[in-house]
Write a protein that binds this ligand. Structure first.
Ligand SMILES: [Zn+2]
Length: 127
């Protein structure tokens, strides 16, 4: 069943925002954990990817290092440009069920955009 809606726990949103702020002016990348139930993806945790990839940018991310287990939902990364639309590279590198992009200045949930595995924007709620 495809993901139709996304719920992101408040503490996850806070982690995404502060990690993006810390990484600025570079891109920050975090792995998303959670589960999908009846088309709703619930994001309940984040994992910092291996230090080696930090700051290299989303398109050069080392995909083979992804921990592929049942709780892996997708990847979140920040766009220091402020444009939270996926780039061509982002769409080529989509992994997992969802992708979250944060657009600078990372001030709150309105800085977030959530996309499915085909790059279509999905509605999300913060809980
Ligand atoms: Zn990107």
């Amino acid at each position: 069943m495809p993901v139709e809606k996304v719920v992101i726990e408040k503490q996850v949103v806070d982690s995404l925002l502060s990690y993006s702020q810390m990484s600025y002016p570079r891109e920050g990348i975090l792995l998303l954990r959670g589960k999908v139930k009846k088309g709703v993806a619930v994001v309940s945790g984040v994992v910092i990817p291996p230090a080696a990839v930090h700051g290299e940018g989303f398109s050069s991310f080392s995909w083979f290092m992804l921990p592929v287990d049942s709780s892996f939902l997708g990847v979140a990364h920040s766009h220091p440009s402020g444009n939270a639309m996926p780039s061509e590279q982002d769409l080529l590198h989509l992994a997992g069920r969802i992708m979250v992009i944060l657009g600078y200045p990372y001030t709150g949930p309105s800085s977030l955009r959530v996309y499915n595995s085909r790059g279509r924007e999905l509605p999300f709620e913060v809980e």
